[in-house]
Design a protein around this ligand. Structure first.
Ligand SMILES: NC(=O)c1ccc[n+]([C@@H]2O[C@H](COP(=O)([O-])OP(=O)(O)OC[C@H]3O[C@@H](n4cnc5c(N)ncnc54)[C@H](OP(=O)(O)O)[C@@H]3O)[C@@H](O)[C@H]2O)c1
Length: 288
């Protein structure tokens, strides 16, 4: 299939490029080649490339910075996807778009299903939800994959930050009262490949399997432990990870206390089980 990739230099897109290129013809564009805010440019690129599907990995992903950069965050997370969706509707081709667990502020009673009510808080979450709604309204065929706590080679992410901090410090403080599921970009790219092959449409959730959720504190401890085993950190160095509450570690943007995503629909559609979070983390650390 001829797939036009938007935001092709981003962290997720790097994994998508490796995973999809064997089976599909990929046309790689980032802001320099196709600015998703420019409808004319989108049309021109589509006229040239004649895509059979557009995959959007472009977004405004700086969650805290978005609080003071609301207009631009809204442009990238809502207006940009809407532009792509309208082009897809005109051409009668599907749009595959990535969204976030941040649209939920769950109460921990069950993993969030695709049809659970959303309740986004903070500029990033609200603008990502607006993007979802505009795609739904555009009339195009769409697949919106919500994911969470993304990390992978070629981008800023939590395990990498922990690893870098642990090189210089022997004490890390990490929140333990936010529960979710991490996602390795390689595994999300694999999920996208399989969802595209299955012709999936609508909303689908995908993360690594965390067996009902882990905290950032759990993820930090596992990163340090596995990095020491792999020799990425000195094995004998004592690094203490101290659990703190969200109140003790305030950030500009609100974070959900519970945003574990249900993986049932992904498995139902593809017949596949998302890889375990810890095994995925080890693969990432090895790739580093
Ligand atoms: N990171 C997470 O923890 C997380 C969690 C849940 C969901 N997600 C979602 O997953 C998706 C991928 O995230 P990611 O972390 O891979 O993102 P990323 O690394 O920030 O990549 C986004 C890419 O989009 C490009 N871009 C920015 N403005 C553009 C424009 N106007 N036109 C075209 N491209 C533009 C960026 O270029 P520049 O770098 O030059 O700006 C960058 O290459 C996003 O939809 C995000 O919301 C992420």
């Amino acid at each position: 299939m001829r797939i036009l990739l938007a935001g092709a230099n981003g962290m997720l897109a790097r994994a998508v490029r490796r995973t999809l290129s064997g089976e599909h013809t990929l046309f790689l564009t980032d802001v320099g080649e196709m600015n998703i805010l420019n409808r004319e440019e989108i049309k021109k690129v589509c006229d040239l490339v004649k895509p059979e599907l557009i995959l959007n990995c472009a977004a405004y992903t700086a969650v805290d910075k978005a609080e003071e950069d609301q207009a631009f965050a809204r442009k990238l997370n809502a207006e940009g996807p809407s532009n792509l969706a309208h082009e897809c509707a005109k051409r009668n081709i599907p749009l595959v778009h990535i969204s976030t667990d941040f649209v939920f502020f769950g109460d921990g009673s069950h993993p969030m299903r695709e049809d659970d009510p959303v309740s986004p808080k903070g500029v990033y979450a609200v603008t990502k939800r607006e993007g979802e709604e505009l795609i739904e309204k555009s009339g195009c065929e769409y697949l919106i994959v919500r994911t969470a706590w993304l990390y992978g080679v070629g981008g800023k992410n939590f395990p990498l930050t922990m690893l870098n901090l642990a090189k210089d410090r022997d004490l890390l403080t990490v929140v333990h009262d936010q529960v979710g599921s991490p996602t390795f970009t390689n595994d999300l790219a694999w999920a996208l490949k399989n969802l595209i092959a299955a012709g999936a449409r609508g909303f689908v959730h995908f993360t690594n399997d965390s067996g009902g959720g882990i905290s950032w504190f759990d993820l930090a401890c596992a990163t340090i432990e596995e990095a020491q085993k792999l020799g990425l950190l000195p094995a004998g160095k004592k690094i203490e990870v101290k659990p703190v509450t969200t109140k003790e570690f305030p950030r500009p943007a609100p974070r959900p206390a519970f945003s574990v995503l249900s993986l049932e629909k992904f498995t139902r559609l593809t017949g596949l089980k998302p890889p375990d979070w810890r095994e995925a983390l080890i693969r990432y650390l090895k790739e580093l």
